[in-house]
Design a protein around this ligand. Structure first.
Ligand code: FA5
Ligand code: MG
Length: 376
């Protein structure tokens, strides 16, 4: 246990009340769908694929360096904008701060959009090497590898006073994460790509080849000196990384769609055993997808994230993907038209035409009312 736990993280996530999160505040954009996920803590279920991956990652760090890394797995997911952004040197005009990308409770409070939100406070508490796992929240588009609630693991390692070489720190970071990939997957095709994060420099991302595509699984880099100096103390170097836990679990267990992690269906859950990294997910059966297109003239304030959130609010997890398939501007009218294809499919059962038509009708009317678009 840790001394001087900050106020924001001092309470168990299971005590979150709806009125703590969904408030009558102009900035508030948390939906009931999102509220219903808070406190679920899938990563704390030992038999759940996310819990299995968590233990395997922790085991890797324990084996490489016994006792070195401290694990935090129940830090409160509601944080201040200072924690989520300012303390990480995220500029005031950065897109991730917009309420199109982040869930706001009020002007100064958000659902953390990454586990990096805890870096600065843990450094102030003088932890030198730590791992943080938790649920994170982002407004995003809808497809098989993106979900508005997912899990990340943050890792931070501070080097001893003598070690000042940035290149050596970066090499240690790469070696550590390549070793983790090997621990989890055995041989797997990986590549490093240059990246940008305001809180690390240099910054890189790791991608793994999965289902015919390169899938981004983590971001990392050498911690910005200013973050370390002002929260921990001067004269040290550190690296930090943030892993996408679902992405790793999808690769490891061959899970084709990120919605499955939220399934309570025994046919899904029964396929995994605590401590067993060798399970390969078998679909219960193939349920056919059903495509529905919708075309409309967009309004000025239209965004794809808002569209996706609205559709998710109506369709729940039977929506598999929302993709823009056509776009054009009528120069005379000065209006832009979008056509989106909504793919409906349940991972657990076949959907009836009536059910899909009913959902699609509601989507069509709610986007007019809530997003101000004009159907074509
Ligand atoms: C970050 O969140 C940084 N905080 C990571 C980091 C930590 C960089 C420390 C440097 C130092 P990014 O937004 O790329 O970076 O997300 C990290 C990982 O989360 C991604 O690589 C991906 O695996 C996963 N991820 C991102 N968005 C989603 C999503 N909507 N659904 C599922 N996984 C996601
Ligand atoms: Mg990224």
């Amino acid at each position: 246990t840790v001394a001087c736990r900050s106020l924001a993280t001092s309470r168990p996530a299971s005590t979150i009340a709806r009125s703590d999160i969904i408030r009558d505040n102009p900035k508030n954009n948390v939906t009931d769908t999102i509220f219903s996920k808070l406190g679920t803590n899938l990563h704390q279920r030992p038999e759940h694929p996310l819990g299995i991956i968590k233990s395997a990652i922790f085991e890797y760090f324990e084996q490489s360096d016994p006792g070195k890394f401290k694990l935090f797995e129940d830090l409160y997911p509601v944080v201040t904008t200072a924690q989520n952004f300012d303390e990480l040197l995220i500029p005031s005009d950065h897109v991730s701060r917009s309420d199109n990308d982040t869930y706001y409770v009020d002007e100064n409070t958000v659902l953390r959009c990454h586990t990096s939100a805890h870096q600065a406070e843990l450094l102030r508490e003088k932890h030198e090497n730590f791992l943080v796992i938790g649920d994170v929240y982002r407004r995003d588009t809808i497809d098989a590898t993106h979900y508005p609630v997912f899990h990340q693991m943050e890792g931070v390692k501070i080097f001893d006073e003598g070690e000042q070489d940035v290149e050596a720190v970066r090499e240690d970071l790469k070696r550590t994460l390549e070793g983790l990939a090997k621990h989890l997957f055995g041989d797997v095709e990986c590549r490093w790509v240059d990246a940008y994060f305001p809180f690390t420099d240099p910054s890189i991302e790791l991608e793994i080849f999965f289902n015919g595509e390169w899938l981004e699984v983590l971001g990392c880099g050498v911690m910005q000196q200013k973050i370390l100096d002002s929260n921990f103390g001067e004269g040290r170097k550190a690296w930090a990384f943030g892993l996408g836990i679902e992405r790793l679990a999808m690769i490891l267990f061959d899970i084709p769609d990120i919605r499955l992690f939220w399934s309570e269906d025994e046919r899904f859950l029964k396929q995994f055993k605590a401590g067993d990294l060798s399970s390969k997910f078998k679909s219960f059966s193939k349920f056919p997808p059903c495509n529905k297109d919708v075309s409309f003239w967009i309004s000025d304030q239209f965004t794809e994230n808002n569209l996706c959130e609205t559709i998710r609010g109506i369709a729940g997890d039977i929506v598999e993907e929302v993709k823009l398939i056509d776009e054009f501007t009528n120069p005379k009218k000065g209006k832009t038209s979008h056509c989106y294809r909504i793919v409906y499919r349940s991972m657990e059962r076949s959907l009836t035409d009536e059910e899909i038509n009913d959902v699609q009708d509601r989507v069509r009317s709610v986007i007019v009312d809530d997003l101000g678009v004009e159907l074509r």
